[in-house]
Design a protein around this ligand. Structure first.
Ligand SMILES: [Zn+2]
Length: 244
């Protein structure tokens, strides 16, 4: 009787152990599979449902191209990445499928490209190619503005020559007036000399979030809380025109 009780206890422990082991193997193999997927597409971050439109987010500049510099010495490329990452997190929280042209400050340039200009050209073309591979995308490119004097301030949205781009731009710019009451800017069609915006095949907008040459703008855009508020306005405008 005592022996049988011990045997039953041993059997119960053995079964629990085997179930735990099976669960562990199942979870562990899934984690490995997911990590393999991440390393296969190091330049892309895929979040949210795979079906439907992809919100492509482009953190302007990066790598050897720092862009403009803020009054406190922060690179535009770093600020663009921080804002873009917040936009991606918020968009995925709302169930949107998103991809990013870069998710790091580092860019792996081909070895044969020796100077900054050729590397910058290569990177821009790579981004255009990535975006154009997507069948149904909408691009939001994040940048910071800079002027020769400290006067100009405020976020401004630029759109490609396309109906949806203009509609989303107008909506974000209109909502920006509630967010920052002093901002009376209008959305504007993007200049022809911005290569990326003029070579994408999907609709797209470019958001100049703040003037790094303006002390108040420069101070605000470096704060995480302000960056988050700003991406709420951008995503709110996008969703109210495009839905999910
Ligand atoms: Zn820029």
């Amino acid at each position: 009787m005592k022996k049988s009780y011990a045997a039953n206890t041993f059997l119960a422990i053995f079964i629990i152990f085997m179930i735990t082991l099976a669960a562990f193997i199942l979870v562990f193999s899934r984690v490995i599979r997911e990590n393999q997927n991440v390393s296969r597409e190091t330049t892309l971050t895929d979040v949210g449902p795979s079906a439907g439109r992809v919100l492509f987010i482009d953190a302007g500049h990066g790598g050897e191209d720092g862009g403009a510099v803020s009054l406190t010495g922060q690179k535009e490329s770093e600020l663009n990445l921080k804002v873009s990452q917040k936009l991606q997190i918020l968009a995925s929280f709302y169930g949107l499928s998103t991809k990013m042209t870069r998710d790091s400050q580092e860019i792996a340039y081909p070895e044969e490209l020796k100077n900054v200009h050729s590397r910058k050209v290569w990177d821009t073309k790579q981004r255009v190619s990535l975006i154009n591979q997507e069948k149904d995308a909408f691009l939001i490119s994040i940048h910071q503005n800079k002027y020769t004097t400290s006067g100009p301030s405020g976020c401004q949205v630029f759109y490609t020559d396309e109906e949806q781009s203009k509609a989303v731009s107008d909506q974000i710019q209109a909502e920006m007036r509630y967010f920052a009451p002093g901002n009376r800017k209008n959305a504007v069609k993007i200049s022809k000399d911005i290569y990326l915006m003029n070579n994408i095949t999907c609709p797209g907008i470019l958001v100049e979030c703040a003037f790094l040459s303006n002390p108040a703008d420069s101070m605000k855009i470096e704060q995480d809380s302000y960056q988050l508020d700003l991406v709420c306005v951008i995503l709110g405008g996008y969703c109210s025109v495009m839905g999910r």
